[in-house]
Design a binder for this molecule. Structure first.
Ligand SMILES: *[C@@H]1O[C@H](CO)[C@@H](O)[C@H](O)[C@H]1NC(C)=O
Ligand SMILES: *[C@@H]1O[C@H](CO)[C@@H](O)[C@H](O)[C@H]1NC(C)=O
Ligand SMILES: *[C@@H]1O[C@H](CO)[C@@H](O)[C@H](O)[C@H]1NC(C)=O
Length: 438
């Protein structure tokens, strides 16, 4: 009989929209009893929903959510009598009954809760109050947590988009006026995953770049949709690079353009991140972009000691460079001319290159400049050089000159002969010979 009553009530109201009322008789009766209490208290009406500001609570589909309702009595001497939760309607989806009503009497409640009945003379503590939830959709997933009255909250499990809407919490006290709260439960809609574009507007599929050390880097991160509008930020190793969103508030696409005026060397091999953050409660949607940065060589040095070289012998010079990415190519120049004839052996790894040249010098090469040049072929202007003067040792070349008197000489006149020599190191022991072949 009770079940029938229940059906009739549900169907006639139609606001709950669920014809399949698969609840047991007792529940049904209790619920009907509550309805009567609610309706007869004469407090219901759409007016509330128009006048009360609704606090927006964001939920994530599939997750749990808590809707706050402060049930602290306005004065310490007072106590909560009943709490009702409504959703989009004047029919409660949930109630908390702190009146001292034994549950055994439940089946008689419909009759007991007659107009004007006052069963609230004695009250039970909140933790002992009886909970009643509508057995359909949101009610069946709800529980009202009252461990801390000021932070009492309706916990809804596994929220669905259908749960969105205006919830109202009505708190009836024994003596104080009824209190109402309105909560607008809105579900977070995640944005699209971030898309990264380069300065030419080309979609980056894997790595971005190459960028040149000391030059500009530009990347644009875009996400579509999302409610609330996501915030789009750029990160590197958990440090924020750019948190300024470059789009207008109401546009569908949210863009953050990352501009680094001078790419530091430290960004070589870095992975930048673009994060779309909808809310604190929802996880960020992250897109990682590895970037390629080319580096200038930082060091180049001819490491062979600068010793005197003997002419007509083969000497080796070694030059080393580091810091370049990709590794630098090393070339040798003597007096501004690239050496192509010599034997050059080159070694390199990730950032280090070395080159050994085998060079045969002539006396004419003495004092010329030997240059080792490190050049990053992928980096315009990315070159560095080390230079040194070569010193070539060679044997003396001599010439005899008349420095006083005249030749042919007249007998008895003094002539002075000078021996000039060019040698490196300079000759220091001169010997004169006459009519002797050495
Ligand atoms: C609920 O809040 C959302 C987000 O602020 C808003 O868009 C929506 O209009 C609100 N709904 C109602 C019925 O106030
Ligand atoms: C490259 O070679 C140099 C010299 O042999 C060495 O010191 C350096 O650690 C190497 N670097 C890498 C990345 O292999
Ligand atoms: C200079 O050369 C001569 C002939 O070779 C030699 O006898 C003499 O010892 C040398 N003197 C010195 C100071 O080296």
């Amino acid at each position: 009989m009770g079940k029938k009553f229940c059906w009739v009530l549900w169907d006639s109201r139609d606001v709950l929209g669920r014809p399949s009322c698969n609840i047991n008789n007792i529940f049904c009766f209790v619920f009907v009893g509550l309805l009567i209490v609610v309706v007869t208290s004469g407090y219901e009406g759409r007016d509330f929903q128009n006048t009360l500001p609704a606090k927006v609570v964001w939920g994530i589909p599939g997750k749990d959510i808590e809707l706050p309702c402060d049930v602290t009595p306005p004065v310490p001497s007072d106590a909560v009598k009943m709490v009702f939760w409504f959703k989009d309607s004047t029919m409660p989806i949930y109630s908390l009954d702190a009146r001292n009503v034994p549950l055994e009497k439940a089946s008689h409640l419909a009759a007991a809760y007659d107009v004007g009945s006052s069963l609230d003379a004695r009250n039970v503590p909140l933790e002992k109050a009886s909970h009643l939830a509508a057995a359909y959709d949101v009610g069946s997933r709800s529980y009202f947590i009252t461990d801390h009255p000021s932070r009492a909250r309706l916990k809804i499990k596994n929220v669905t988009p259908e749960d969105e809407g205006i919830f109202r919490c009505r708190v009836d006290f024994l003596n104080s006026p009824t209190r109402n709260f309105q909560i607008n439960l809105t579900l977070v809609e995640l944005s699209s995953p971030p898309k990264i574009f380069d300065a030419e507007g080309k979609l980056i599929k894997s790595e971005a770049g190459p960028f040149l050390e000391g030059h500009e880097l530009f990347l644009s991160c875009q996400v579509d949709g999302g409610r609330p509008r996501p915030s789009v930020t750029w990160w590197h190793k958990n440090a924020i690079l750019d948190n300024v969103v470059d789009t207008k508030k109401n546009s569908f696409t949210t863009v953050n353009q990352l501009e680094i005026a001078q790419v530091p060397r430290s960004l070589k091999g870095a992975k930048l991140e673009c994060r779309a953050t909808s809310m604190d409660i929802a996880e960020d949607i992250v897109r990682e972009v590895p970037i390629v940065v080319y580096l200038r060589p930082t060091k180049v040095k001819i490491v062979t000691p600068n010793e005197l070289m003997s002419s007509a012998k083969t000497h080796t010079y070694k030059c080393e460079t580091s810091g370049s990415y990709p590794p630098a190519k090393l070339t040798w120049q003597l007096n501004g001319r690239t050496i192509t004839s010599a034997v050059i052996t080159q070694e390199e790894n990730e950032s280090f290159s070395s080159s050994i040249i085998s060079l045969t010098v002539d006396p004419e090469d003495d004092g010329k400049e030997l240059v080792c040049k490190a050049d990053n072929p992928r980096f315009p202007g990315g070159s560095l050089e080390d230079r040194r003067q070569v010193h070539v040792a060679y044997p003396p070349k001599v010439a005899v000159k008349v420095s006083g008197g005249a030749i042919p000489a007249t007998e008895g006149v003094t002539v002075e002969l000078r021996c000039d020599s060019i040698a490196r190191p300079a000759a220091h022991n001169f010997s004169w010979y006459l009519d002797v072949s050495i």
